[in-house]
Each structure stands twice: as structure tokens, then as C-alpha cells.
Write a protein of this length. Structure first.
Length: 133
């Protein structure tokens, strides 16, 4: 886990490298598999979640096909003020963990071959299950 401090001037300081970083640099750190922790410099308040949301918002803005559609965001907002928030949170975490493992599995088994994307397989399986209803 890498620790950072956010100062009142809105700059984020990397305690490991003793340098200021931007959201893009934090995103690169996260993409390597390293978790981050960000605290306000003056109050020591943990603001990691808000920083992660900012990074996600920036990544979503840059993508042609966003991960979080308007409908998905609306559903998340509805669950955020729902008694089932904890259950929904655990479900989302487990689902994303499953997708990450599937992606790693497909990447490993398809080295050098033209194969189907794990997301295509996931989409097809979801379509199969929705047709079964």
C-alpha cells in the first residue's frame, strides 16, 4: 500500500518518492496492482475513496465506451441509500474479483492466439441467462 497526502492547495504528495503526483500517476500506480491510501495533510482524514472516484471519473471521461453507464450510475446511487448497501457492495466486489480472475485466466490461456475476449464470453453468458427467464 502506497501512502499519499493531499494538501490544501489540492496537490497530492507521494510519501514513498517524496514527489507531488497527479491523478494520472495515481491511476498508473493502481493499474500495477498497488493499493493506495490518501489522507488530508492537515486533518489526517482518509480521503482515499473520493480520490478513487475522481480517478474513475477521469478514466470514464476518456473512454469511448464507459464502464459505468448512466443506468449503472443511477442504480449505484439508489443502492447507496438503501438498507442493502453492504450486500450490494460485497456483490460488486466479488463480481469484479471474478471478472479480474477470468481476464487473467483468458490472458494466460490465449497467449499468442487470437481468442475471444473474456468480456465477450461474459456478455454471451449473461444473454443466455436473461433468455432463460
Amino acid at each position: 500500500m502506497r501512502s499519499f497526502r493531499k494538501y490544501p492547495n489540492r496537490r497530492i504528495y507521494d510519501l514513498e518518492t517524496s514527489k507531488y503526483v497527479n491523478l494520472e500517476a495515481l491511476a498508473k500506480i493502481i493499474l500495477t496492482g498497488t493499493s493506495i491510501n490518501v489522507k488530508k495533510a492537515d486533518t489526517e482524514e482518509d480521503i482515499t475513496q473520493s480520490i478513487l472516484l475522481q480517478i474513475l471519473a477521469e478514466k470514464e471521461k476518456d473512454e469511448a465506451s464507459p464502464l459505468l453507464t448512466n443506468l449503472a450510475l443511477e442504480q449505484l446511487i439508489r443502492f447507496a441509500s438503501n438498507p442493502y448497501t453492504r450486500v450490494a457492495s460485497q456483490f460488486i466486489e466479488q463480481s469484479l474479483d471474478f471478472l479480474a480472475k477470468q481476464k487473467a485466466f483468458f490472458s494466460q490461456t490465449s497467449k499468442g492466439a487470437n481468442s475471444v475476449s473474456p468480456f465477450t464470453v461474459f456478455q454471451e453468458s449473461m444473454q443466455f441467462w436473461t433468455r432463460k427467464k
